[in-house]
Design a protein around this ligand. Sequence first.
Ligand code: AMP
Length: 396
Amino acid sequence: MKILVINCGSSSLKFQLIDSDTEAVIGKGLCERIGIDGRISFTPEGKDKITKDAAMPDHNEAIKLVIEALTDPETGVVKSLSEIDAVGHRIVHGGENFTKSVVINEDVIKAIEEVSDLAPLHNPANLIGIRACQKIMPGVPMVAVFDTAFHQTMPEDAYLYGLPYSCYEKYKIRRYGFHGTSHAYVSKKAAELAGVDYENSKIIVCHLGNGASVSAVKNGKCIDTSMGLTPLEGLIMGTRSGDVDPSVIEFIEQKENLSTKEVMNLLNKKSGVFGLSGDVSSDFRDLEAGYLKGDEGCKRAVDTFCYRVLKYIGSYAAALNGVDVIAFTAGVGENSPFVRKIIAERLSYLGINLDEKANDVHGKEQLISTADSKVKVFVVPTNEELAIARDTAALV
Ligand code: AMP
């Protein structure tokens, strides 16, 4: 089956056409600046990337351009729209309504709308993507794959905040977790690579990208993860603060004479390794280069980031009552031997021994712990699009 995977943001739309039988990517691309001016880039399998400016007043137009790119007689990858068997949509927040992927119908759309206040930046954009596809591709089955679904197995003691219980009862304020598609895919793959039974295993996944989260996966089910009601909680990220004392918000509001919205913007967009470095960069390539040159801000940012990861690994080893496998994934986790080394060297209490030579790996599956390491440590490239395509194919 040919599955179109759509990841729709407020002004951008990423797409991949995947053959679910061979799991090959047939073509992939990105629409940017939707509602502003518009640009589409498309890479057919094995060929060069094509980029062109094209008016994209809304997402309907963006989807039309995606279909045009896929079916272009010269550079396209399918003859007609009818070759696309199904569409898989990445949906950020499923709230408590969705514990797994589902075929999209009007009830599903309504349920996604109902939890939109939990992800006001993301869910409305995801819904626009669904509506646009329904309009341009009527009759093609569509599936919603939720970032939160894998974490819905968290027990109550892991997902509740220490707030009045009525906050949960009235508003469903609780921890949900994100990057679920990645944590599910990577934990399963790591078990496979380690030769352990997924249904009988203790795995910690460190998804370290621009957004970053850790999860504890026991017997194939998530029992805890570091992101919360929103993706702001947990690890220090590219520009997000991660965990802070909530009193910090009021304190900054008063000291800097800012509104709550402005402080939230500071926590989401100006903090993390970017803010810690003194606004040098949110990109670990820049931070590592600065660190090695002795830049204090870069060192501070990377060390503080790594320390937070270390603390989460420790707490999840406790939550799991042991750990068999640790997997590093996403942009930083897959590509930074530097960051992995700083973290892994401080895990000797778990019996972890890093194989420095093996650790010198970028973006491919590899065991990076020594043969005598008590816990196996892997680099496992994530592939959220493939996971979405697999779920979509299975459901339609
Ligand atoms: P992601 O959000 O998973 O796409 O990860 C993006 C981040 O990965 C970038 O912002 C960089 O910080 C990081 N990254 C990508 N390539 C490298 C690399 N070669 N070394 C260190 N960090 C990298």
